[in-house]
Ligand binder design. Structure first.
Ligand SMILES: [Zn+2]
Length: 270
């Protein structure tokens, strides 16, 4: 399959994976089994895409690259990223960014409540260092994996500073990229992410990134277990077109207000 290159290559598709495993139930879209991940990545490279981490893709675009770039990212930091994901990325010649949920390293994805156990253990710090040594970019996904746009200002700054600095100090590397937990961000959150040492950030978005847009809300597309390799090539070529992504975007401020009220009553809605 071939992909038509647009003049000037005006978009940067980015992919948002989570676990490299099979998970049943309502969270099943957050896990892509190893064999399917292999099929999806090979289909994308066969279609002419160069697969890199997000910061590398943005750097190459900023340097004027006309390559068909595609950013590959994995959120949260499940152990299966090291055991299953890294070998598949290596085999496909693909780079990637792993966004570590810093406060959950060595534990579980407890923010998922009763579904956490289905995703298995999170990476330990030693395992995260192995991921970095394999050439994967390590990005920051905050400490507590809570929607940031409803946090009080002091707690928000603390979340961002501590997670960023702990990653840098324990891994001895520069952490340039941030992923908003659950995708939620606002002007205030984006400004503070920029102010705490990050150079770019990514949300959910469900559309293609236009490089002329701001670097602190790079939208991503979500591959699911329902996407064959060919399906994913098509998704990356077109973006998630249709009304739903736009409606979700417009609804964000209203939904934020609802979540803020819920939080005040001790409930977390995402
Ligand atoms: Zn996450």
């Amino acid at each position: 399959m071939t992909v038509t290159t647009r003049p000037g290559w005006s978009t940067l598709p980015a992919l948002m994976y989570h676990s490299v495993s099979a998970v049943g139930g309502p969270m099943s879209d957050l896990a892509v089994p190893p064999a399917l991940l292999r099929e999806q990545l090979h289909a994308l490279t066969a279609a002419g895409y160069r697969l890199t981490g997000l910061t590398e893709a943005l750097d190459r675009l900023a340097a004027g690259s006309t390559e068909r770039l595609l950013a590959v990212t994995f959120d949260d930091g499940y152990r299966d990223f090291l055991t299953e994901g890294v070998p598949i990325l290596k085999e496909a010649g693909a780079g990637a960014t792993l966004y570590a949920s810093v406060g959950h390293l060595g534990g579980t994805a407890s923010w998922m409540g009763r579904w956490a156990s289905a995703f298995g253990p999170m990476l330990t710090w030693d395992e995260l260092a192995e991921v970095a040594a394999a050439g994967v970019e390590i990005g920051n996904h905050s400490l507590i994996h809570h929607p940031l746009d409803v946090l009080p200002a002091a707690q928000l700054r603390d979340e961002l500073t501590r997670s960023h600095d702990e990653l840098e100090q324990r891994l001895q590397l520069t952490v340039r990229s941030f992923a908003y937990p659950h995708g939620y961000n606002s002007r205030r959150v984006r400004d503070l992410v920029a102010d705490t040492g990050h150079e770019n950030a990514t949300e959910v978005g469900r559309r293609l990134h236009t490089p002329s847009e701001k670097r602190f809300a790079v939208p991503r597309l979500q591959p699911t277990p329902a996407h064959s390799g060919a399906d994913l090539v098509e998704l990356v070529r077109t973006g998630e077109t249709g009304l739903v992504p736009r409606v979700k975007q417009l609804a964000q401020p209203g939904w934020r207000a609802v979540r803020r009220v819920a939080r005040a009553f001790g409930r977390n809605l995402t």
